[in-house]
Write a protein that binds this ligand. Structure first.
Ligand code: SF4
Length: 758
C-alpha cells in the first residue's frame, strides 16, 4: 500500500483513529510523529481561516518534497477545495478528490444555498454587492429584523461572517464583491452533521450541536457537542436525518463521493439548511472516535472507500459521547489556559504544537489548542435557551466585569456564585491547618469578599476546574483572583470546633438537624423532605434522601446547645418539607421552644399553608419573617420540575402572601424565592413584578445544576444574562420601595442581592 499523508489544519485531526497515515503536513502540529507543521517551524500562530501566502508556499514546498522523496506517496486533504490550489505535480498525488466543479459549487455558500433552496427550507437570504450592504438598506429587505448576517461566498470558522446591526462599526466589505445576507435569527441552535456518499447511498453519522460564539460582530466556531445533541427531540432528530439524506442524495446525483458536512439552524422547531462543507470538519475527530470505539472504519477510510481505494465495510449505528472546545487567542488567556490544562474534567488536551510556556507571536483569532470532554459542555436549558457552560468562555464577561462595570463588588459576587472557585494548593494546605472549612449548602463554601460580602461559592460543580476565579494563599492571607487579576482578600468560614462531629445524646449528628450558615442556624424540622420520601423530589434539589432519624427532643437539645455555645444571630426553620400538609405542629413547637428561650429572630421558609389561620398561629408563636418559595412562576413548568411541591397552585401562594402581609407587613418580612434559569425572562420579570405588587420581597437565586440531581446535565445561565436580569429586577423592586431579598446581608450569600455596608 502507498504511503498516505494527511494534509490539513491540525495534527490532532488524525488523533482518535486507527487509520495509518505515513505523516502529516499541517498548519498546527507538534513537528513530531511524522508531522511537519507550519506554525511550529515559523514559530507563530496564524489564523488559518485567513489566506496566508507564506503558509501556502510552505505547504507547496513540503508536498513537493514528499513527492520527490516518495514518488508513490498519496495525499488526503482535510479541505478538498484546497487541493485544487496546488499544481499538477502535487495534484497527481491527491486521493479522494471530487471533481472541481462540484466542490466549487458546494463550497460557494451563495450558489449552494440558492440551489438547495429548491429542495430544503433555507434561512431567507438575498445577495447584494458590498456597496449595497448598509444597515438601512438591509432593513428594507427584511422587515421586522434589526440584525443581519453577512457572509462572503467562501469562508470558514466564522471569518468572513459578520453580524450587522444599528450599532455595528462599518464592516470593510469589498464594494464589488457579492455577499449573502440573511436575517440574524437569534436564540437558534446550530447543528452539524457528517454524511458520506458511498456506493450511491447516503450514510448519515451522529450529528452534533455546534458551539458558535458572537465576538466583535462575528460568529466564530468554537467546538462541537455530540452529547448535548441527545437533548433534541426525536422528531427533530428524524427530520435532520431525513434532510441530510435528501441533501446527500442530491449531491450524489451531481457526482459527489465521500464525506462532507452539513450545517443546519434550528429555531422554534423549524430546521433551516445553512451550508455544505465539502471537506472533513473540525468535529470529524470526534466522529472518528465513535467509529473507533465501535470497531469501525474511520471517516478517512470511509471517504476513500467511496473512491474504491479501500474495500467497503458496512457501517452500523454508533454513538459519539464526546464534546470538544477550541481555544483561540480571542477566547482564553494564558493564565487560565495554564490553570485548566491539567483539569481532571478534560478527557484529552490537544496542544497541536502550542507551547504555553513559550512566547509565540500570534494573529488575532488564531487557533491555540483544544480539549475533548466526556461530558456535554452545552445544554438546552429548561427555558429552551442554548447555553454553553459559563466557565468555558469567560472573556466577554471579564471585559464586562473589569472594564464596563468597573469592578463593581456586587457583580463580582454574582460572577462568583455562577462560576465557582478553585483553591490553590497553598490555600488548601493552609485552610486545612486552620480547621474544617464549613461546607455550606449546594456543594459550596462560604467566603467573605471585600471584607463584608458573604458569598456561597461553589467548589464542586461541573467545570469548576475551569473557573476564572482562584483563591490563593499569599503573604499570610487568602486572595481572590480572576485569572491573574487580583480582586481582594478573602476570608473563609470554618466550622466552629465545638460543632465538628458533635452528636446529640441519642447519637444524631448535629449536622443532620442543623446547618450553620454565617450568622444563621437553619433547623430542618424533617430529617428527609416528604417529597423526597414520596419520590416527588424537586429535580434541582440535592438534599439527602437518607438521613439519621431524629425527633423533637433532639431538635430541642441542639437548639439549647447552640444558644449556649454557638455565636449566631438568628434562626431559620426550613430545608425540606415535613409533610404535605405542612407539618405545622412541629414547626409551631420548634418556634415556641425557641421563643421560650430567646428573642432571636425566627425566619420560616416553608410551603404556604392552606389554612390561613396557621399563619396567625405562627405569628403568635414567634415567627418574625416568612418565605413561601415559588421557585418558578410558570406553574406548568413548576409541576414538571417539582412534581411534588410544584402541584401547589399559585392561588394558595397568593392567598398566603396576602394574609402574611397583613401579619408581618409589606416591608420585606414576607418573601418568595424565584430561581433564575427556568422561567423565560419575560415570565421571570412578570413574577418579580407581581410579587412586588403584593408587597412580597422577591429573592432570586441562580439555578445551580448540582451533582446527583436530575438536572445535573444542565448548565447554569450565562453570567451576562444574570447581570442583565439583576439590573431589570432591581428597577422593579426599587419602583415598589422594596429590595431584592433577603434583608440580612449575611443571608444574601447565595442570592442575587447586594446590600452596601459602609
Ligand atoms: S421541597 Fe423540593 S427543594 Fe425543598 S427539600 Fe423538598 S425536594 Fe428539596
Amino acid at each position: 500500500m502507498n504511503n498516505i499523508y494527511w494534509i490539513g489544519p491540525r495534527q490532532s485531526d488524525i488523533d482518535n483513529t486507527n487509520f495509518k497515515f505515513a505523516g502529516s503536513i499541517t498548519i498546527y502540529g507538534s513537528n513530531i510523529n511524522g508531522n511537519t507543521a507550519y506554525c511550529s517551524i515559523a514559530n507563530k500562530r496564524i489564523n488559518h481561516n485567513v489566506d496566508n501566502d507564506d503558509c501556502n508556499r510552505f505547504f507547496s514546498e513540503k508536498l513537493k518534497e514528499i513527492c520527490h522523496n516518495d514518488p508513490k506517496s498519496q495525499f488526503l486533504f482535510y479541505n478538498f477545495s484546497y487541493a485544487y490550489e496546488f499544481d499538477d505535480e502535487i495534484q497527481k498525488h491527491v486521493i479522494g478528490l471530487n471533481p472541481y466543479n462540484i466542490i466549487d459549487m458546494l463550497a460557494d455558500k451563495i450558489r449552494c444555498r440558492t440551489i438547495l433552496n429548491n429542495i430544503v427550507e433555507t434561512v431567507p437570504f438575498i445577495t447584494l454587492k458590498g456597496s449595497e450592504c448598509s444597515f438601512s438598506n438591509l432593513c428594507k429587505y427584511f422587515c421586522g429584523y434589526t440584525e443581519f448576517v453577512i457572509q462572503k461566498k467562501h469562508s470558514s470558522g466564522g471569518e468572513g461572517t459578520y453580524i450587522i446591526n444599528s450599532n455595528s462599526d462599518v464592516i470593510k466589505l469589498n464594494a464589488f464583491d457579492e455577499y449573502m445576507i440573511s436575517p440574524y435569527i437569534k436564540d437558534s441552535i446550530s447543528l452539524n452533521v457528517h454524511i458520506a456518499i458511498i456506493n450511491n447511498k447516503t450514510i448519515v453519522f451522529p450529528p452534533s450541536i455546534q458551539i458558535i460564539t458572537e465576538q466583535d460582530g462575528r460568529l466564530l466556531y468554537h467546538g462541537a457537542d455530540f452529547i448535548c445533541y441527545q437533548q433534541i427531540s426525536e422528531k427533530i432528530k428524524n427530520e435532520i436525518k431525513n434532510l441530510s439524506t435528501k441533501i446527500g442524495d442530491f449531491v450524489c446525483k451531481r457526482g459527489y463521493k465521500g464525506v462532507l458536512g452539513i450545517d443546519f439552524l434550528l429555531n422554534n422547531g423549524t430546521i433551516y439548511f445553512m451550508e455544505i462543507n465539502p471537506r472533513f470538519q473540525a468535529s470529524s475527530q470526534l466522529v472518528n472516535r465513535g467509529l473507533l470505539e465501535s470497531n469501525q472504519s474511520s471517516l478517512f477510510e470511509i471517504h476513500l472507500q467511496s473512491f474504491d481505494l479501500f474495500p467497503i465495510r458496512a457501517i452500523s449505528d454508533f454513538d459519539v459521547l464526546y464534546s470538544n472546545y477550541v481555544f483561540s487567542t480571542n477566547n482564553i488567556t494564558k493564565t487560565r489556559l495554564k490553570k485548566i490544562i491539567n483539569s481532571y474534567e478534560i478527557e484529552k488536551f490537544q496542544a497541536d504544537g502550542y507551547d504555553i510556556d513559550c512566547i509565540t507571536p500570534f494573529e488575532k483569532n488564531s487557533y491555540l489548542c483544544r480539549c475533548i470532554f466526556k461530558q456535554s459542555i452545552c445544554c438546552i436549558n429548561i427555558n429552551n435557551k442554548f447555553t454553553l457552560h459559563p466557565n468555558l468562555f469567560v472573556e466577554k464577561i471579564a471585559y464586562n466585569l473589569f472594564n464596563k462595570l468597573n469592578n463593581k463588588k456586587e457583580y463580582i459576587k454574582f460572577a462568583l456564585l455562577n462560576h465557582g472557585v478553585t483553591l490553590t494548593k497553598a490555600a488548601l494546605t493552609y485552610s486545612r491547618k486552620q480547621g474544617t472549612i464549613r461546607e455550606a449548602v449546594f456543594d459550596a463554601i462560604d467566603i467573605t469578599i471585600f471584607n463584608n460580602i458573604s458569598v456561597n461559592v461553589p467548589i464542586k460543580c461541573k467545570f469548576v476546574s475551569f473557573s476564572p476565579f482562584t483563591i490563593d494563599f499569599i503573604d499570610n492571607e487568602y486572595t481572590l483572583y480572576w485569572d491573574d487579576i487580583r480582586i481582594c482578600t478573602v476570608s473563609i468560614s470554618f466550622l466552629p470546633n465545638n460543632l465538628i462531629n458533635k452528636k446529640t445524646l441519642s447519637g444524631v449528628p448535629y449536622d443532620s438537624i442543623i446547618n450553620l450558615a454565617n450568622d444563621r442556624i437553619r433547623i430542618n424540622p424533617a430529617p428527609i423532605c416528604v417529597y423526597k420520601l414520596e419520590n416527588e423530589s424537586c429535580q434541582f434539589c440535592n438534599l439527602p434522601t437518607i438521613n439519621d432519624k431524629y425527633n423533637i427532643n433532639d431538635i430541642y437539645e441542639v437548639i439549647d446547645y447552640c444558644l449556649e455555645y454557638v455565636d449566631f444571630r438568628h434562626f431559620l426553620i426550613g430545608g425540606g418539607t415535613y409533610s404535605k400538609d405542612g407539618g405545622w405542629n412541629i414547626i409551631l413547637n420548634i418556634t415556641k421552644y425557641i421563643r421560650s428561650k430567646c428573642n432571636k429572630d425566627i425566619y420560616l421558609m416553608s410551603i404556604p399553608p392552606k389554612e390561613l389561620s396557621i399563619l396567625d398561629k405562627l405569628k403568635d408563636a414567634g415567627i418574625t419573617e416568612v418565605a413561601f418559595n415559588l421557585e418558578m412562576f410558570d406553574r406548568n413548568l413548576a409541576q414538571n420540575i417539582m412534581p411534588g411541591k410544584g402541584c401547589i397552585g399559585l392561588n394558595q401562594y397568593l392567598l398566603a402572601f396576602r394574609h402574611s402581609i397583613k401579619l408581618w407587613g409589606n416591608t420585606g418580612c414576607v418573601r418568595s424565592l424565584l430561581i433564575y434559569g427556568f422561567d423565560t425572562d419575560d415570565t421571570f420579570l412578570s413574577g418579580i413584578e407581581q410579587l412586588c405588587q403584593l408587597g412580597v420581597e422577591p429573592i432570586i437565586s441562580i439555578f445551580r445544576p448540582l451533582e446527583n440531581t436530575e438536572l445535573s446535565y444542565l448548565n447554569p445561565p450565562p453570567t451576562s444574562d444574570i447581570l442583565k436580569i439583576y439590573q431589570k429586577c432591581q428597577d422593579i423592586v426599587q419602583k415598589h420601595n422594596l429590595i431584592l431579598g433577603p434583608d440580612c446581608p449575611q443571608c444574601q450569600n447565595n442570592t442575587l442581592s447586594y446590600t452596601k455596608i459602609f
